[in-house]
Design a protein around this ligand. Sequence first.
Ligand code: I85
Length: 356
Amino acid sequence: MLSNAQNQPLFPSPAGQMKKNSITEDYTVTSQVLGLGINGKVLEIFQKKTGDKYALKMLQDCVKARREVELHWRASSCANIVRIIDVYENLYQGKKCLLIVMECMDGGELFSRIQERGDQAFTEREASDIMKSIGEAIQFLHAINIAHRDVKPENLLYSSKRQNTLLKLTDFGFAKETTSHNSLATPCYTPYYVAPEVLGPEKYDKSCDMWSLGVIMYILLCGFPPFYSDHGLAISPGMKRRIRMGFYEFPYPEWSDVSEEAKELIKTLLKTEPTERMTITEFMNHPWINQSMEVPQTPLHTSRVLKEEKDAWEDIKEEMTSALATMRVDYEQIKIKTIEDSTNPLLTKRRKKTNN
Ligand code: I85
């Protein structure tokens, strides 16, 4: 079969097969809402055969929903990504729906866990372990050329299996394939001569995930985000400016005892210029990540700050959501710019041809 450099088929068939029978034959669907996403709610359901609990995400069938299912399905074999069990294509209230059955993550969101901790302080080494788990998910995705583009606190959920609690990434609603199929599949040019900009600006989409890693790592180490708005508006002009200019600090007293290594790592993740930002491979090879046993067990202020700032948390989450939305749009525009500004000979030749 034809395949690209990553050995993925060029005409991918869905990673799994959608079921056409009614979901209610196999599962008891409850009205218990586990979470509310922007494009659908997540309900608690039980498999009839086993009585086991699962999570159900309901989406109205459309191109976007199909892309979400397809990309999530491909990513589903990663241990740090919420696993898809089944997908149903059903008619619900006269509308075609895609019903995603997922493993049920019943350990709650990442920062709720840290906030609810007792006296035992959350440490820098624990933060390193958490960042490694999230990194594993991103590494898996980037290796198969998927950018998640919505890595944020509410999409990081814990499973609460007695022995091994695992942190997993969910929601592929904004995920994007970073390889343009047509460029390699269409035999217009010998691949050796293809300029990087012709293959598409995959760097920008992936770098969005790296920025998210930087923000999450920052919050893990102190309990508040690096950028926040001045008047509690979801995203203010001032906040946008600070993000663009890369203005943030490591204030006293929360950051006083945090290692320089951790601060340096954050700085390379929060670089304003997306092309300068660290890649996932560099991140996973960084000593603060891959030698977490050497990371100091310094007690952090995180748990206390999260408790004290409980009321601000909803706003903080909203701010990260809008910052990511802005970034996705901005990177889309960089893409157009780089192609237009390109002086690559192949493109110039093409332009001359089309102008004639
Ligand atoms: N289990 N973003 C916030 C949830 N198991 N959750 C969100 N997009 C998704 C909800 C709104 C994420 O794709 C979401 C998606 C998928 C899930 C999901 C998947 C699997 C869960 C939107 C829970 C849960 C279950 C039991 C208990 C608890 C949580 O959310 C808790 F511990 F919190 F009480």
